[in-house]
Ligand binder design. Sequence first.
Ligand code: BGC
Length: 789
Amino acid sequence: MKPYLKVNEWRIVEEGFDPALNEVSESVFSIGNGYMGQRANFEEQYGGPSLQGSYMAGVYYPDKTRVGWWKNGYPEYFAKVLNSVNWIGIDVEVDGVQLDLSQCEVQNFTRTLDMREGTLSRSFTAVLPGGRRLRVESLRFVSVPFKEIGAIRYAVTPLDGPAQLKLTPYLDADVVNKDSNYEEKFWEEIAQEAGVDYARVEVKTRKLDFRVASHMRYDLEAADVRSGGAGQADADSADGSDQPEGEMHVEADTHTRGKFAGLSLSLRAEADQTITLYKYAAHVTSRDHAPETLADKAREFAEDAQERGFDALLAAQREAWAEKWRDGDIAIEGDAKAQQAIRFNIFQLHQTYTGEDDRLNIGPKGFTGEKYGGSTYWDTEAYCLPFYLSTADSSVARNLLIYRYKHLGKAKENAAKLGFSKGALYPMVTMNGEECHNEWEITFEEIHRNGAIAYAIYNYVEYTGDTSYLGEYGFEVLAELSRFWEERVNHSERKGYMILGVTGPNEYENNVSNNWYTNRMAAWTLEYTGQVAAELRKNEPEAYEALINRISLSEAELGKWADISKNMYLPQDDELGVFLQQDGFLDKEILPVSKLDAHNLPLNQKWSWDRILRSCYIKQADVLQGLFFLGDRYDLDTKKRNFDFYEPITVHESSLSPCVHAILAGELGYTDKAYEMYLRTSRLDLDNYNNDTEDGCHTTSMAGTWMSVVHGFGGLRVRGGRLVLNPFSPEEWTSLSFKVGFRGARLKVTVTGGSTVVENESESPASLTLYGREVEVPAGGSVSGEREA
Ligand code: BGC
């Protein structure tokens, strides 16, 4: 698809309306605040292709599994994030003709996502059937400071003489999930009600009894065409009674039906007179409030929003976003496309997860679509955590870890369900800690996810220095993961400990033995668990004693883990000097992707599964993922040999792939490759590279994009608790600057070619290693350095 979005450093702009692109734009222009999210659907009715999507974080449905052949241990359900109350709806009629852009000639259409302030706006002139022209301008946002609130300003202006207008703001919970397995509707009604100045609906899910209550209020304003001022209409005048002189005459008519409540506001507008409807919708769920209080809570929030007014809510929204950008912006000079792309990635991440609620996590599509069910994958630990570690308060990253801690019980149940006598196997896909994916290769075989969960604990502690996490939560998780590995390995007299029958991160291989990455991360987990045990024993002996008693951990277990870790079989080829992705990998025909005719790509659409499995082609970083995680344990030559061997046979058909390659390429000095990989990840959705953005944006891979800049070009690592920077900026850019927080200090790193200035914008001094040199950056001060040629 040809890129169609305008390049602008702070905005995503679509000019001209093309119905064929609408669903892609609905994903790209989504808005969210971590608590809820909304695709960029139109407020008014639209009969063309559209995926209506309003999502509330953590409200899901356990949709009964659909598989061909049942296997013991399959999850009973695949969780779906629920398409929830459509709160943006405003039907518009002009002289009895419905506004629907699929039935109109659309002129001067512009849709804009303003990333600096977190708003979505749209403007157009519609030529309605019959020839009347109507100008529409809308602006909406989901509030960051008032998370329950979504607000819309919707202004209509009849252009060809006076017109009778009917505006119908409503709440509609009679919605479906496109991805429903059995075309079932997931919501049941509890209440719907409308009065002259409000509408409300309350619904519950058919299973699990999640409840959502939404309440809507509005204000109506008519521009005074003579003086240029505005007149108000409210509930008193809306029903036509008590009509003060000089104010517009509005008739309100209420409508309710199953799971739907709204009211139509009929009024006469002069030619060129703008009528503005402000809609305030509040949403609360039984996740946060007692069910019997939901209706009142929603009403209170909506009334409060109305009282504050649209402009005040908008000002607060701008302020909240300014703060997010102050702490985590990336500025790229000399390449507006790259600048727009990185801001878009950062923006979507902040819209998806704010870290206030440790029951929530980050779905691969965020709130931008239904694919992947909004569930949690290993993506969070492997790709997203570093972004939040560097750009938000450490409590945000800590909450991502606590999420898994809280699921430890379920992870133990999951291991037991698969026949293990002890230990924890975290799910590959989850909402509440239970596995809810039904592809056997993923459910049963991608056990490498346990490695990422252990690694995230290490990463968090190493980055923040918060060792208290280990005694309080982390060690218990590590111990249960180690117990799982202890039982999952088997011992071969000839080779040592082996892990058979797995799928590694490269999902284009199934049921392989001794996937290097899986074995390596398992061995590392066992070693790290032992190391943490030793540290806790030394530093907090009493707490440690209590902890090991509580989880009944024996010395014998610790001894066994050390033995497995030391003697784990790690396949490698001495001649090539590379780690083998799995046993027998070199028996395949090894042919670089560049030698394949382009018509073969993407393999997952062009080749049979059988052919993919037999081939050498790699979906996403596998051995290289391990070399990225454990980068301090391998020298540059080893990384180079493996990169040179594996990258040419990698097809990057997971959006998570290019970023890891960009980071390693940066470290190896392959600057062109790093830049090529960065381009591939950063504009993935803006340019719809994979032709699938209509399903939603690749939110978790956006965290990978951020890593490819900060860890790739910025060369950021943490080694022995110390921040290390080795920055360079690609030739194509005049300069690059990024901001990271590290242990109380906030640093702005500006890179021009191979020269770097680090400014300390905080009140805490910072100590770091810049281009191999140890430097101190006093509060408010700066240091600079040059990269060796
Ligand atoms: C990748 C997985 C990833 C999932 C969700 C798949 O295509 O292979 O590694 O967890 O997408 O993003």
